[in-house]
Design a protein around this ligand. Sequence first.
Ligand SMILES: Nc1ncnc2c1ncn2[C@@H]1O[C@H](COP(=O)(O)OP(=O)(O)OP(=O)(O)O)[C@@H](O)[C@H]1O
Ligand SMILES: [Mg+2]
Length: 413
Amino acid sequence: MAKPDIITGLDIGSSQVVAVVARHDPDAETTDVIGAARQPCAGLKGGVVINIDETARSITRAVEAAEEMAGLVGHSKGVLIGVRGGHIQTFNHHGAMNIARTDKEITASDRDQVVESTKAVPISPDREIVHVIPQDFILDRQNGVPNPIGMEAMLLEVDVHIVTASQSHLNNVWKAIARAGFDVEEPIYGLLAVGDTVVTQEEKGLGCLLVDLGGQTTGLAVYAEGSVRFTKELAVGSDAISHDLSHALRTSLVQAQKVKEMYGAASRTLAEGNVDEEIEYTSVDGRTPRRLKRAAIFDYIAPRVEEIFSLISEELQRSNYADHVAGGGVILTGGGAQLKGLAQAAEQILDLPVRMGLPQNIGGVPDIVTNPGYATALGLITYRHLGDWARSRRASRRVGLGQRLKSLVEDFF
Ligand SMILES: Nc1ncnc2c1ncn2[C@@H]1O[C@H](COP(=O)(O)OP(=O)(O)OP(=O)(O)O)[C@@H](O)[C@H]1O
Ligand SMILES: [Mg+2]
């Protein structure tokens, strides 16, 4: 019997780090979350590292807290990293090769070679390819072949979705992780990881839109005919609602965020509970108490929700895939998706069916598995395309295990 593996996933979000520790049982093919933690990080802005030491500290704290919960302190060495942010760019590309043998049976190596050939696309020198995801194989002009191995053809072609990231941004993430004493197992575009865990294969087949509403970014992914066709990061997220509230209520962002999470809703009519109650918060100084009728906050939240989803709608139109998503509809996830009534509001604005996306096929601690704020980190530990086509660059990334940073020590000195 194979030993269960311990997997650590680290989601580098727009302003926080989320770590999960999971146990994978290869025999039963199950993955159970046994520990998780979120750690705010001042060293990140929109998914980009602006301070390496701060980020390293948050990474250490998040991983240690997750390990502590799992009862496996000091266990994580290699971590799966989810990266995201506006520096990620994606596009579709095509590759082709002749099978110039007498037996024309396509082998795994032929498949790898044609996929690999698509990497020869010119990209600017400050970017690197993170993923090449095959969408479709085309055999002698017949498209829609999911797996060409064992089939015969003279001409093997492939359509792929290529994800590139800014090299300097990636290097800074790597440096922060190395400084925290971890080894990067694999970089994964966080949006694809969350997509693989919250979107069903059936929805991908029908065509659908994934909306990952984070703090400072909103990730969009269109799936059609079974695979990812379009991805985009919008530089706006649920924090924009909190900013509006902090101005309107003349309070700190932290206070406004709390008001949004506790009393907020996408609109007054979608709010649960008593909208006429008085709510209490503190003013900017953090001390002076203030009171406000709850009904007033929806005037600030609703227009921003409308704006965010109008931007999403525009982006969908621009993607040329708007006609492909009606079948499977919209799957909403990310921390921001927890705003009350958001799914209903989104349905009205997008004129599409909307459902909340929660990680599937992952067991363990229920509070974590059902929280959309953990969806990306959970997606990382079950990501299926792991290492498929990004292996070549991975080897060169191994920076050697440094001394693992101990946050406790850091805190004392
Ligand atoms: N219960 C809630 N109601 C409304 N909003 C919430 C709730 N819980 C969290 N949020 C919001 O979700 C956002 C954070 O989402 P998430 O954890 O997905 O962000 P992130 O991963 O750091 O960012 P990103 O995905 O953009 O990189 C914050 O704006 C937060 O206020
Ligand atoms: Mg996120």
